[in-house]
Ligand binder design. Sequence first.
Ligand code: C2O
Ligand code: CU
Ligand code: CU
Length: 532
Amino acid sequence: METPSAYHDPLDPTKLGNFTNRLNVPARDGLLGFLDASAGPIELVTQKERMHLAPGKETEVLVYRAERDGTVWFNPTLLVKTGDTFSASLNNGLDEETTIHWHGLHLDWRMDGHPLRAVRPGTSYRYAYPVANRGGTYWYHTHGHGNTARQVYMGLAGLFIVEDDDERRLNRALGVELGETDLPLVIQDKNFDEKGDLVYAPDEMAQSMGHTGNAILVNMTPNPYLEAQTRLYRLRLLNGSNARLYRLAFTKLDGGGLLPCRLIATDGSLLDRPRPVREIFLSPGERTDLLLDLRDFEVGEEIALKNLAFDPMHREHAMEEGLGHGSHASHGGVGRAEEMRQATRQLGDGEEFYVLRIRVKDRAAHGASVPEILSTVPPADTHGAAVRTMTLSAATEAGQTRWLINGLTYEPDKYPIVVQEGTTEAWEIRNENRSMPHPMHLHGFRFRVLERRNSPSQVAEKAVDEEGRTATDLGWKDTVLVWPGETVRTAIRFSHDFGGEQLYLFHCHILEHEDAGMMINYKVVDPAKCRA
Ligand code: C2O
Ligand code: CU
Ligand code: CU
């Protein structure tokens, strides 16, 4: 038997020396390649595909395949402009039901990939809608009923980049170009077997906490590195993991603290102005755009995008166990993560590891400056808003933890929440103390974060205003992380012109939680029609 010190796992992301795979940077075709969807309808076929993700191994993944004039894409990065009509047909080539959900997009519910609109094997569905959103980094993924976690994990997800005037102006000022110096970074964690295939076999623990993997992938490349120039980069980060929460920061490899960055966008838009940050929490489903300035670096220097250690705050058993892992976690996750790691050689929640290694390779003349004003983000208008409380809690049945929203588990044909079209509501998302962090996501509409109350110290120390908001809470959001004991107050304006009653979802974006029913239907009704 190998001793732990002799053991070498080539995918172990805690070892910098393992970061030897060239990052897949989206190009004009292939995996995550750019596909201009403003040029007319596209077709996406869900199918199995064998790919080289890790060197020397072939991995079977599920993909959305697109083809146009002989060019082939897998999980294309779709490019659209605000005001375009987007049109894509999904042809389901799998032997299971699936859908496409356009995460963050404001659209008619029939186009939203709702599990009620599942696409059966061998059939197709046409998604067509005007792109009403502001410019930003959105994404799409499967939303098959009770099967989202496995399907996303096996590969069914891609980016959806919306461009508008603000975006064009900014990228011109920054002198960055999509695919060159404006880089999407889709961060995911997965488990591989020796043959190179993906393993999705959550045990009871992973079912209730969410499935985390021991390998970290960026743009589907495990242990990636990137060769860079001495210039400014725009990085579009998406946490596309099933359940893993990241605390991300850039550091210089030869020591020194965290590098300063500028946060310019969150889920659904540019911020009004850049915010200086050194680290951010990024939960499943969330996006953040950062500017990384490498102009003062020397050729040969190296930088890493890292996950810093944090307290994962798994407090679901805190009450029952007393001195169980819940109370350990509250004294810092590092100890617990290290314990877990030693016991099972698992990459713990909240453990420190590398995500991407960056080598400065060339000098580049680059004189661009970062604009002081990026966009207009009007203050949230909560005048006359009705308050609705959404309580997140845990229930233990036969030793298994179930996650509930307002005490309920998802039922496809129940609509516990009915909102009036055209009104604004303030949703207070309250996470109980005996809980874990839940990234809560709203379909159909964007929202604003008004306030964070009762935040744990690792969150409170990142507050940028009196409301306790962090930089990643600013702007237009569709997913917000709510920590144990915290209350996050949001404002949502439910106006649309889709016609008819709308059925959407509000759910936890830990995909195992979503599949297990930590999800709730809500209906948007027209008050005039209700009276009739
Ligand atoms: Cu990205 Cu219903 O989720
Ligand atoms: Cu969504
Ligand atoms: Cu959850």
